[in-house]
Design a binder for this molecule. Structure first.
Ligand code: PLP
Length: 381
């Protein structure tokens, strides 16, 4: 049988056809005016999405590379930092920090629990001398979105920098770097940026650049001063991922012509459609602070969660994501991220219904699709 598959995971996400086609354009040499033009355009358009006046640097790496760059460009061995760990990616900040001999004070949250600016303020008072606070905008592992704005209000009144992983959240939910007083912001290509994996983005504000000057952690490939100097000459320090940058140019144009606010609104509608659908099935959301990036759903009592994901993927070609350790088998995640539209959500819910009923869960066929359709119809423009 020919099986059509549907990428419904929180990254990599589907890539629009014209963005795919851009990869087949002839490879430009990177020390040419032609490449410089593309590169400058992409750098400018990234500033639009990051909502910042700062430069946004393009790295040839996945998102974790930009996370590592954030650490090594600002800190020194032994520096005290706070990491907010509400899931796999908050945990990653701590792992990177420890790998670089930072003094990591990890705030370990239950997955899906919110964490407020007031709580952060109290932690900073208890821990004087903190140099940086590491947070995650959209914790992909738990389907949560945190209140980054409130963190910026707190850290901007201290000497600590606020470093935010917006790998899955950027361009899906609001995260205006300058307005929210974020000092270092990182993201990458394969989520809401609708481009294949392989590019990471990082931007540093003035406070973070000051810390660069005293930072003693080792850096070479990810030394952002090199990127800064080269950007002034419309180029890059190393051979860039030329074709990916040409692809990113196309998808950034799509985001710009739709308008960032409308792109956020699209994510809101998709997320609400999915939430309405799963609620109609009597399922429970996992997170207490769910976001519009990916919906994490608790596996209902009596259902094998790992099997649910396998049937969705292998039988129905619907590539949703399962839970990550320690929630493997306990939750599953449907993304509404990047180039995913209303009918992708309907597909996800329909495949979910068929899978659940096959696994013995009692439901009224079509009920989640009907509820999602209502949301889509009410909000469609
Ligand atoms: N941070 C978040 C919130 C993510 O969702 C991911 C990947 O899913 C990462 C960081 C790591 O990004 P990458 O796998 O591109 O290194």
């Amino acid at each position: 049988m020919i099986r059509k598959s549907y990428l419904l995971s929180p990254g990599p996400t589907p890539v629009p056809e014209k963005v795919l086609a851009a990869a087949s354009e002839p490879v430009l040499h990177h020390r040419t005016p032609e490449f410089s033009e593309v590169f400058l355009e992409v750098s400018e358009d990234l500033k639009y999405v990051f909502q910042t006046k700062n430069n946004v640097y393009i790295l040839a790496s996945s998102g974790t590379g930009a996370m590592e760059a954030a650490v090594v460009n600002t800190l020194s061995p032994g520096d005290k930092v706070i990491t907010i760990n509400g899931g796999k990616f908050g945990e990653r900040w701590g792992n990177i920090g420890r790998a670089y001999s930072l003094n990591v004070h990890e705030i370990k949250l239950e997955w899906g629990e919110p964490f407020t600016g007031e709580q952060l303020s109290a932690e900073l008072k208890k821990n004087p001398g903190v140099k940086a606070v590491f947070a995650v905008l959209s914790e992909t592992s738990s389907g949560s979105v945190y209140d980054i704005k409130s963190y910026g209000e707190v850290t901007s009144k201290t000497s600590a920098i606020l470093v935010v992983d917006a790998v899955s959240g950027m361009a899906a939910v609001p995260c205006p770097m300058d307005e929210w007083k974020i000092d270092v912001l990182v993201s990458c290509s394969q989520k809401a940026f609708m481009t294949p994996p392989g590019l990471a983005y990082i931007s540093l504000g003035e406070k973070a650049w000051k810390m660069y000057e005293t930072s003693k952690l080792p850096k070479f490939y990810f030394d952002l001063k090199k990127y800064k100097k080269n950007l002034e000459k419309a180029t890059v320090p190393w051979t860039p991922a030329v074709s990916l940058i040409m692809q990113q140019k196309k998808s950034l144009k799509m985001i710009k012509s739709a308008g960032l606010e409308n792109v956020h609104e699209h994510h809101r509608i998709m997320a609400e459609a999915v939430r309405a659908g799963v609620k109609a099935l009597g399922l429970k959301l996992f997170s207490k602070c769910p976001g519009n990036v990916v919906t994490a759903i608790k596996v209902p009592e009596g259902i094998d969660g790992k099997k649910l994901v396998k049937v969705m993927q292998n039988k129905y070609g619907s590539y949703i994501a399962g839970g990550q350790d320690p929630y493997a088998g306990k939750l599953f995640r449907i993304a509404h991220l990047g180039y995913m539209g209303a009918f992708d959500m309907i597909t996800a819910l329909s495949a979910l219904e068929m899978t659940l009923s096959e696994l013995g869960y009692l439901l009224e066929p079509g009920i989640s699709v009907a509820e999602a359709e209502k949301v889509i119809k009410e909000n469609w423009k």
